[in-house]
Design a protein around this ligand. Sequence first.
Ligand SMILES: Cc1ncc(COP(=O)(O)O)c(C=O)c1O
Length: 401
Amino acid sequence: MRDDERTVTGKGQAMGKNHLIPVYGRYPVTLSHGQGAEVWDDNGKHYWDFLAGIGVNSLGYRHKRVLAALEKAQSLLHTSNLFWHHPGIDLSNKMAEITGGYLSLWVNSGTEANEAGIKLMRRYGKSVGRSAILSLSNGFHGRTMGSLSATFVSAYQDPFTPLVPDFHEVEAGSITALEEALNRFHPCGLLLEPIQGEGGVVPLPPGYLSQAVKVAHDAGCLVLIDEVQTGIGRSGEWFGFQTEKIEPDIITVAKGLGAGIPIGGMLAKEEVAQYFRPGEHGSTFGGNPLASTVALEVLDWLATEGLDHIRKMAPVMENTLRLLHQEFPDLVSGYRGQGLMWGLVVRTPATWIVKEALDQGLIVNAPKPDVIRLLPPLIIDEEAVDAFYTIMTKVLQRAEK
Ligand SMILES: Cc1ncc(COP(=O)(O)O)c(C=O)c1O
């Protein structure tokens, strides 16, 4: 990356070159504050945020519930996990109520939640003489060495080989491929996302999840559903897998759960969770009182009003995307998704659309060269969707020229 690409813009330009390790391709915008689904940069420019910090700002910016939770948490931000604290106990109880009894282990991010899940599956594997882990092609599970080993994208994996041994890729959506891999590797665990978010908002074929869980269980293999992006209401249900009747052994969550405060969770059925013995896993910060207090508030918002709101807004988003597809058939080839997680499939380079949208005051991103991803705050209303439509229409009209 060139030096001049590394400088920050806006007022921040006065800082000149920065000292951040350049692992991110950042947009030339320095954000300064937000409200609801709107955010401003340090030049005062306004944006509608349809990315929400990549699905993290679930309640948007400065939501009164989040502010109140932050206020409440001030008396005890952190304790270490050598002690009990009420927000942590309450959060796990609430999650057990939502999942029908799963036990939880709190960490700080999605990759750590998956890492914990991988370790738990390996721990089970140790007791039955298995170590192989399967995951699907085009999936994304994170960047730590374990979750990276389950993320079969060569651009992410190749610079860091050798990876953790005995991870194997299985073609997404094919039960035959899964059965072959189960017979060949005798794995202890399988990881999959119900909708592949980083993979371009690609849902698994209907029926695949139930069949996959059945054949995996028949073969003695645990199933971890990665709900880091799809979970906590994003799909219109608590979890993305709930379009099918399945009982995963492990569910991982993160992103929107903390509404901006880092928290991830590895939720496991009680009989699976018991494979971990005291001292075998842990995290200094994981589920501290601050993160737990905010996460509890997010879950309460979802239970009392959020899920209904998301289900009301999902068709509004879908209709808007349908309209864009109808109005710009040469540029938009389709759309896919669920709840408030959508991908607009485009025939013109998605990165151009993202840049143009940013210029026009709309934040979206492009996980694939032909997909615009929409992960708006879960609190969006009709006004926000109208604004999205107006700006996207302008962008697509410019692309036509
Ligand atoms: C499905 C999925 N799993 C795991 C992760 C990794 O989460 P994090 O970036 O919080 O480590 C992501 C992040 O995008 C994700 O979408």
